[in-house]
Write a protein that binds this ligand. Structure first.
Ligand code: HEC
Length: 255
């Protein structure tokens, strides 16, 4: 029995390790795939801001339209920017080789990114760009040091400045948290040098919606599985009574 318990613990442990972010404290979010308005807003942000460089080639527009409760025409008119059709995958025309020479690394396909890195990682990453003149795009990232991606969200967020040493940035700085000053990322990326179009709270919400959408494209069948799972459980519950009554019927003459 003891061995069995140890084996169970060993089997579960690696699952908790996947969410680590290289030492940087990650902000936690609860993904909610039933929140259609959030997913719709997330898709809009994704199409408008990310698909210049990143594809989501395993996701079809039509499937997203269906799952997110949007009419096909609406998606065609507003969320398909090129001359693609609703039945096509969310690909882009940027050449991976060109992109690699422009950015140092090609922007990866993002369909499975939320499964690879975890929603917390992406949520923190997108909110952790800060000014760094030594980098080619003038920005660095606390979660992904020396990243090749420019901060395409600067117009929404504004410019963040890092007030920590590199070591503190890596592990977070120990200070008491003041909820009024909107301190974030281990209290390092605090100052908004130039404010963007959104307030910090609105920006966080926009990033939540975006990551929610990215979690959806990583596992578009998850909602179906949950729905079917509930039905199966209800069926098993009801079937228990039928099976029990049948068992009673069979055994009634034996005793
Ligand atoms: C101007 C081009 C460009 C745009 C637009 C862009 N990215 Fe990127 N992104 C990159 C590049 C280049 C990399 C690879 C960086 C590297 O490996 O150093 C990258 C990397 C990433 C990564 C990390 C991938 C990994 O290694 O796991 C994530 C996550 C990401 N981008 C998300 C986004 C999201 C979300 C948006 C939209 C808000 C976006 N990107 C918009 C160029 C872009």
């Amino acid at each position: 029995m003891k061995k069995f318990v140890i084996a169970c613990v060993m089997a579960v442990l690696p699952m908790t390790a996947g969410a680590a972010g290289g030492g940087v404290p990650l902000d936690h979010i609860d993904v909610d795939l039933t929140n259609q308005p959030s997913l719709q807003r997330g898709m809009k942000t994704f199409v408008n801001n990310c698909m210049g460089c990143h594809s989501a080639q395993y996701q079809r527009y039509e499937r997203a339209a269906q799952d997110l409760g949007m009419p096909n025409e609406l998606v065609e008119q507003n969320l398909i920017l090129g001359d693609q059709k609703i039945g096509e995958q969310m690909t882009i025309s940027m050449d991976a080789k060109d992109a690699a020479s422009w950015f140092g690394a090609p922007p990866p396909d993002l369909t499975l990114e939320a499964r690879l890195r975890g929603p917390d990682w992406i949520y923190t990453y997108l909110r952790s760009f800060y000014q760094d003149e030594s980098r080619p795009w003038g920005v660095n990232n606390a979660v992904f040091p020396d990243v090749g991606m420019p901060n395409v969200l600067e117009y929404m967020q504004g410019i963040q400045v890092n007030s920590c040493t590199p070591e503190e940035l890596k592990h977070g700085r120990e200070v008491t948290i003041d909820p009024l000053t909107n301190e974030r990322m281990g209290q390092c990326l605090t100052v908004l040098k130039d404010t963007g179009e959104l307030t910090p709270a609105e920006f966080d919400q926009a990033m939540y919606d975006l990551v929610n959408f990215m979690a959806y494209i990583g596992e578009p069948s998850k909602l179906d599985s949950q729905r079917i799972g509930t039905k199966v459980l209800i069926f098993l519950f009801l079937f228990f009574f039928v099976a029990f009554a049948l068992k009673k019927e069979y055994w009634k003459d034996v005793h």
